[in-house]
Structure formats: structure tokens, C-alpha cells
Design a protein. Structure first.
Length: 75
């Protein structure tokens, strides 16, 4: 069961990072989160449209911010 749980945690972490990159891309194009969400929703990106309107789940400067297991650079 632990490898399955770690897999799900990894997917959650990947989704959170993807969402933050989409949010940063919207800001690079001077699109507010709400406008970007509506645009994405119109093109079928429903999940990410909904997620960019929620508070961030990950700190891009801290890869371990979700508390998921993964490679560590500190010992």
C-alpha cells in the first residue's frame, strides 16, 4: 500500500507544481487569475481553471513544501 500512497502523493505534488506554473504564465501575460481561469475553462482545462483560483498548495522555492517524500538535498 505504501508505494500506491506515495504514487498518489507524487501526482498531487506534480499537479500543484503544474498549477503554480500555469498561474505564473498567466501573470506573465498580465492576466488576472479570474480571467485566466475563465479562458482556460472555455478551452476545456476545467481542473486547472478551478485550481488557479484556490490558494497555492506549493512553494516553488521549497520543493518539500507539501511534505511529501522525495529526494532531499539536506542530510
Amino acid at each position: 500500500m505504501s508505494k500506491e500512497l506515495n504514487f498518489v502523493k507524487g501526482v498531487s505534488r506534480l499537479h500543484a507544481f503544474y498549477t503554480e506554473h500555469v498561474r505564473m504564465l498567466a501573470h506573465a501575460y498580465d492576466l488576472p487569475d479570474e480571467d485566466a481561469a475563465m479562458l482556460l475553462d472555455r478551452f476545456g482545462y476545467h481542473n486547472v481553471a478551478r485550481e488557479i483560483l484556490r490558494p497555492p498548495k506549493v512553494d516553488l522555492l521549497n520543493p518539500d513544501s507539501l511534505g511529501n517524500p522525495g529526494p532531499s538535498t539536506t542530510q
